[in-house]
Ligand binder design. Structure first.
Ligand code: SF4
Length: 514
């Protein structure tokens, strides 16, 4: 960002020091503080003396410089908890009132801008985590995600949207970034253009797939579309009722055809003014020494560049061990072109490794998920999040422990998605098995429980939300998952196959726990 933008941001951080101190003294109420702090990417946790700071990483890019910053800040500030998020950001937890603005300020040095990381702002712009290196992709979408980030940051002080705006770029291989149901989802096409869906989104009310508005958007024109979305949202969004303020409700108020028409009309009027066109991006191809050694490992993914690999690492629950950034930095600093991508399933991909380097990284990351089930996604949960209802991390830990003790084989259970409340941060609606934190009445008492959905998918071209909403007591969830896993394992089938071919057996098991 330019000097003027940055100096205004520094002034905002300076003002924020007073705000966070005033909140700490109890002189600002939680809700008002949340409105201010979210605009700079921070929220108070459930314990109001502890704070979270969200590091925006456009396209999920944790470059070497950013990784070094992260390692240094964790060591110096003795940060005890780091969370990889489903929006490809990294959250630092349990910070003091002094640490939050200090880290915001320092992060600018490696082009991490926490501005707009929360609140009613354009959020971190996501991109397929293997963009630029993935075999079969239409094209590398990261430069476009970064260009949109720069644009949105440049206008974010001048706009007042009803709620947040989430934008994702998919490279056309898989849709783990959920372009099918974001406020704006750009899907790369083989002809070098984007198909664009708008006004999709998750949440307790009306989770909705996006409306297809254009099939061939030229990449150079994307800012016209982004600005048009902001304009339409500001013109037609609901400023009265926050529960109905996300763009997906425009599908109801304007109708899908009306929304498409209003949006495209605004695109054309912006295009007539004609000052938002981007130029193309030159990207240097990576050239580094490779060899013919083949690596056959479930976590080593051959890149489209011959001889190079991406290594996947998924810390359970997306909780990155605090020593890991330093360990990875010390290894990667001598590996030409290597960088890390934060993925929406709370994994890291370490990319651009030759076979020798990939072996080293595999060894350094062998403490992560070992099975498909252990790649499950869980939000930070109510023990930390002031908005939460249930402790999704605690539940995931107890299920993982039970499944390991029962010796359930890899593949018998799917990756599950656990959100601690209807805000749906773990995108549970798109999980094969999804859980949403809530309560269940037992003998007139409210007991911790989760709503369960089945059959969701975020596969490219097959996106759908899970069905059913039975409610399972939290205490029963480990036993339920073990029983389902044992049944699938006994059949010799993987979960997807068993869940279809043995639907009655599956439902009978679930019914026992309702
Ligand atoms: S889903 Fe709810 S509990 Fe989980 S992080 Fe989001 S707001 Fe917090």
């Amino acid at each position: 960002m330019d000097k003027q933008w940055t100096s205004i941001f520094l002034e905002e951080i300076e003002d924020f020091k007073n705000t966070i101190n005033t909140f700490d003294k109890g002189e600002i109420e939680r809700k008002s503080y949340k409105g201010i702090s979210g605009g700079l990417g921070s929220y108070a946790q459930r314990d109001p003396s502890r704070h979270m700071l969200r590091l925006r990483l456009p396209g999920g890019r944790l470059t070497l410089e950013r990784l070094k910053f992260l390692a240094e800040i964790i060591e110096r500030e003795q940060i005890g908890r780091i969370k990889l998020t489903t929006c490809e950001t990294i959250q630092l937890h349990d910070l003091s009132v002094v640490q939050v603005p200090e880290i915001m300020e320092e992060a600018i040095g490696c082009e991490i801008y926490t501005k707009g990381g929360g609140g009613d702002n354009p959020r971190n712009v996501m991109a397929s985590p293997l963009s630029g290196v993935q075999a079969g992709e239409a094209f590398d979408v990261i430069p476009w995600a970064e260009a949109v980030t720069r644009y949105l940051l440049s206008i974010c002080r001048d706009i007042h949207m009803p709620r947040k705006l989430k934008i994702a770029f998919c490279n056309g291989v898989d849709d783990c970034v959920h372009s099918a149901f974001r406020d704006m989802g750009f899907l790369a096409q083989p002809d070098g253009t984007f198909a664009l869906r708008i006004a999709g989104g998750l949440g307790a009310v009306n989770p909705s797939m996006g409306v297809l508005v254009e099939e061939h958007v030229k990449p150079q024109d994307i800012l016209y579309y982004v600005q048009a979305m902001v304009d339409v949202f500001c013109a037609h969004g609901n400023y009265e009722n926050r529960a109905k303020a996300r763009t997906r409700f425009l599908q109801d108020t304007l109708g899908c055809d009306g929304l498409r028409e209003a949006f495209l009309k605004q695109v054309e009027s912006l295009r007539a003014a004609g000052d938002l066109e981007l130029s193309g991006f030159e990207k240097a191809e990576i050239t580094k020494q490779t060899d013919d050694n083949l690596i056959e490992h479930v976590r080593a993914i051959p890149q489209k560049q011959p001889g190079l690999y991406a290594v996947k690492y998924h810390p359970i629950g997306g909780l990155l061990p605090v020593e890991k950034p330093r360990q990875l930095y010390e290894l990667l600093k001598d590996m030409e072109g290597a960088e890390i991508r934060v993925a929406p399933d709370e994994s890291l991909y370490i990319i651009n490794l030759n076979s020798y380097e990939a072996k080293k990284i595999l060894a350094a990351t062998d403490d992560g998920a070992q099975t498909e089930f252990e790649h499950s996604v869980a939000c930070i949960g109510a023990a930390t999040c002031q908005q939460g209802v249930r402790d999704s991390q605690g539940v995931l830990r107890s299920i993982v422990k039970a499944v390991r003790e029962a010796g359930i084989s890899d593949g018998a259970l799917p990756k599950i998605c656990i959100s601690g409340c209807p805000s749906s941060c773990a995108a549970h609606q798109a999980g094969s098995i999804g859980f949403q934190g809530g309560v269940k009445k037992v003998d007139k008492a409210s007991c911790p429980a989760f709503k369960m959905t089945l059959g969701g998918s975020d596969r490219l071209g097959e996106a759908r939300f899970g069905d059913g909403s039975v409610t399972i007591l939290e205490q029963d969830m480990p036993a339920l998952m073990v029983e389902l896993g044992k049944a699938a394992q006994a059949s010799g089938q993987r979960w997807e196959q068993w869940s279809k071919s043995h639907a009655k057996e599956r439902d009978d098991i679930i019914t026992k726990y309702i």
